[in-house]
Design a protein around this ligand. Structure first.
Ligand code: ZN
Ligand code: ZN
Length: 314
């Protein structure tokens, strides 16, 4: 099951020529989940991986840089005759926000379900759940943890055969918990393995709930609006510095930290260097970069630059 994260917009507050406003597309199997939808997000997607028929949209909070792209995107889906339902999730205030937007996007030919999430109540999907957790920002704001269900332990085919089970359908029955020819699954299956975990902080100051949610995550996507030289401004505006994000990643023991929501005053390198001094496994994605997240036994999460994906010039 493929799992990756596509960075559609990595700026905070205002877009630059190189960075669009916040939007992260999580792709798992056929599911497409969009986290935040800053102004211009649909254009960012059209220019890169295409505007997929999203399964769910999750908003972290209602500062304008995180949702202004939504009405236009809903309208586009309508114009191309989408008919599958779409669920939009967010913290308290979602109903009110969408009521304000309604005259903008008008009547839609598909069903839109609005879900105001309570921190800690999981949204169950096939094979995983997405759970919001409260963070420390100037508004009601949530971070999100996408956690896959536990996987079966490793199946020891050789041992099963030695115990007299015939390869084929009987192997499948064993792996699904049935006893076959007197062999019980526990004899040939290893311990269940944890699924993968991706955590998105949204906008927040340094915050214990992020550390808890991100414990041993494969990927933590954390905001880093500032560097330490503006630590006071970060505290005042309830944002994080690169160093603070790195400290959170270290405390949580994540495998990879990706920093987003960069202020226009930074290029990325100084943000990356400040974080790496604390937590070396840090990347600062550009717009259109992807992070691939294999199962742990198949390798480390890896940043793939957009340029690497493009065919070499002739
Ligand atoms: Zn923001
Ligand atoms: Zn904000």
């Amino acid at each position: 099951m493929d799992l990756d994260v596509f960075f559609a917009g990595t700026a905070g507050s205002v877009p630059t020529a190189r960075r669009g406003l916040p939007a992260v597309l999580v792709r798992r199997g056929a599911d497409r989940l969009l986290f935040d939808c800053g102004e211009g997000t649909q254009r960012q997607l059209v220019r890169s991986v295409g505007l997929a028929d999203l399964t769910d949209v999750f908003l972290t909070h209602y500062h304008a840089d995180h949702w202004l792209g939504l009405p236009g995107m809903l309208k586009t889906f309508a114009l191309r005759d989408r008919d599958r339902p779409l669920t939009i999730h967010g913290p308290a205030g979602l109903d009110q926000l969408m009521a304000l937007m309604r005259p903008v996007y008008g009547r839609l030919p598909y069903e839109v379900e609005l879900v105001e999430l309570q921190p800690g109540s999981p949204v169950q999907r096939d094979g995983y759940a997405v759970t919001g957790f409260a963070v420390d920002h100037r508004a009601a704001a949530l971070g999100y943890a996408l956690v896959e269900h536990e996987r079966h332990g490793r199946f020891d085919a050789e041992l099963a055969e030695r115990l007299g089970v015939t390869p084929g359908p009987d192997f499948g029955r064993l792996q699904h918990g049935e006893t076959v020819d007197g062999v019980v699954p526990e004899q040939v299956m290893g311990e269940p393995r944890p699924g993968r975990k991706v955590v998105i902080s949204g906008d927040t100051g340094p915050c214990e709930s992020v550390t808890v949610a991100a414990r041993e995550a494969d990927l933590l996507i954390h905001e880093a609006t500032f560097t330490q030289e503006e630590v006071q401004r970060a505290a005042r505006t309830r944002h994080a510095t690169a160093r603070q994000a790195a400290e959170t990643a270290q405390a949580a023991g994540v495998r990879l930290l990706a920093l987003v929501h960069l202020s226009t005053r930074y290029f990325g390198r100084e943000v990356r260097d400040e974080a790496r001094a604390i937590f070396p496994d840090t990347v600062v994605p550009h717009d259109f970069d992807t992070i691939e997240i294999p199962f742990p036994e198949r390798g480390e999460p890896r940043l793939v630059r957009w340029e690497e994906r493009q065919p070499a010039p002739a």
